[in-house]
Write a protein that binds this ligand. Structure first.
Ligand code: PFF
Length: 487
């Protein structure tokens, strides 16, 4: 059977950039920069981008495109003992998308409620998010009830993800025409709104003021590496699957540079929006920037709503902001599902993509219900911590070892150079064989030491065990397949 194809290289780039540019760009990057040395953070960040991110992006694009297979079968073609790396990657991604969809559901609910005037969170944005939207329980030990509005929002999100992937790249290629550029346009509008607010400049100064002494702290380097990994959607098998629908002659290194650099520029740009709003909040409430600055759900669903409610035309900007979050997230989410579906389709070519899509989306929705319960946010926080800090990083190490040492870094690079205008030098082999695996291993071990010394987030061990399971199960699969196929 002929493999599906993107209709053009541009569409492929839209899809890859759409996957990379997600919630991570808005709620993690700006805060990391602020927290770890402001403008000085750009040094480790850019080094991690060029030494780790782009080489890995080239690797994922190259194997997908050369072997014309999704993650599982691509590694299987290299050596049947290695197919577990693909399975591990897909499984890690599957775990992530289940909770990521819950965050998109929050955005959807806020979006719908933005049509009310006055905005429903005008009095107490914090209480609105935690009590009205999440119905949060007092601790992870109390599961609490399912929030019905959230459950419906989650269902709506999964229906939209299903509609986007139902015809594989044919439908994905159409949806990304909207979901990739739209959030960037909305971000640009919010940028203009943001920088014209009183106090914006103070916020931006805090964001970018370099503190070079921060560079002596190893933590900043590790933060930069893990952010690069997550933000580029590496280690999920997504980029392998997407590239497998390219013609074998497409420019791999060009695609990798365009995708990675565009993604980082958008992160940098998002920082201006986030910090101008934080500066505004600090000014209006006569607080210090450090009392307002935060990351994660607290930024997008408490600080921003609060700031939006204070502005003239608040409902209008609230609509734009939550629409932006929604469109930012949805193409990252369906890229992951497409990676899963591609792997299943490679294995069972006779089953239609539509059937696979229905089954995968239905299972994901059902598993996602746990994240819309009263304890949902706690579970989300735990699973996110473990999967992004361990599972993805471990998959990255395996990818490098498999390509660098078993397939041959030089062999893959000569393919890349045959099809690419911008040639990749032998530094790439060194990076794949030594630098990336060592850097990732250091990251993994140091995180492990921290987690053993202090239980993450002060959660009870039974809850942390769920997080560890999300690390151990994919890794057992990687090793299990390697051992079993070797017999
Ligand atoms: N690159 C995405 C981001 O920064 O938000 C990471 C991602 C998350 C990709 C969730 C896919 C996904 F489902």
């Amino acid at each position: 059977m002929k493999r599906e194809r993107w209709t053009s290289r541009t569409i492929f780039l839209f899809a890859a950039i759409g996957s990379a540019v997600g919630l991570g760009n808005i709620w993690r990057f700006p805060y990391l920069a602020y927290e770890y040395g402001g403008g000085a953070f750009l040094i480790p960040y850019l080094l991690a981008l060029f030494i780790i991110g782009i080489p890995l992006m080239i690797l994922e694009f190259a194997i997908g495109q050369k072997l014309q297979r999704g993650a599982v079968d691509a590694f299987k073609t290299i050596n049947h003992r290695l197919s577990g790396i693909g399975v591990g990657a897909i499984l890690a991604g599957f775990i992530v998308v289940i909770y990521y969809a819950a965050v998109i559901a929050w955005s959807l609910l806020f979006f719908v409620n933005s049509f009310n005037s006055p905005l429903p969170w005008i009095e107490d944005a914090k209480g609105y998010f935690f009590n009205n939207v999440l119905g949060i329980s007092e601790s992870v030990n109390v599961i609490g009830g399912v929030s019905l509005p959230l459950l419906f929002a989650l269902l709506a999100v999964w229906i939209m993800i299903y509609l986007s992937v139902r015809k594989g790249v044919k439908s994905v290629g159409k949806v990304v025409l909207v979901t990739m550029p739209l959030p960037i346009i909305l971000l640009a509008i919010l940028f203009i709104r943001g920088i014209t607010l009183p106090g914006a400049l103070e916020g931006i100064v805090y964001y970018l003021k370099p503190d070079f002494s921060a560079l002596f702290d190893t933590e900043i380097w590790l933060a930069a590496i893990s952010q690069i990994f997550f933000t580029l959607s590496l280690g999920f098998g997504i980029m392998i699957a997407y590239a497998s629908f390219n013609k074998e002659t497409q420019d791999v290194s060009g695609d990798a540079y365009i995708t990675s650099i565009t993604n980082s520029l958008i992160s940098l740009f998002a920082g201006f929006v986030v910090f101008s709003v934080i500066g505004y909040m600090a000014t209006v409430n006569s607080l210090g920037i450090e009392e307002v600055a935060t990351s994660g759900p607290g930024l997008a669903f408490v600080v921003f709503p609060q700031a939006l409610a204070l502005m003239p035309l608040s409902w209008f900007f609230a609509i734009l902001f939550f629409l932006m979050l929604f469109t930012l997230g949805i193409d990252s989410a369906f890229s992951l599902i497409e990676a899963v579906n591609t792997a299943i389709k490679d294995r069972y070519p006779k089953v239609s993509k539509n059937k696979i899509a229905i089954a995968v989306c239905a299972v994901s929705f059902i598993l996602g219900v746990i994240f819309v319960t009263g304890a949902g946010l706690y579970f989300l926080d735990i699973v996110d911590h473990f999967v992004t800090n361990y599972t993805l990083v471990a998959i990255g190490i395996f990818e490098c070892l498999a390509i660098g040492w078993i397939y041959g870094a030089g062999k893959l690079r000569s393919y890349v150079n045959k099809v690419s205008r911008f040639k990749v030098g032998s530094w790439w082999d060194v990076s794949i064989k030594y630098i990336i695996p060592i850097a990732l291993l250091v990251l993994l071990v140091s995180q492990l030491i921290t987690d053993i010394q202090t239980p993450y987030g002060g959660y009870p061990s039974w809850a942390l065990a769920i997080g560890w399971a999300a690390v151990i199960i994919p890794l057992l699969i990687v090793f299990g397949i390697a051992v079993r196929k070797g017999e």
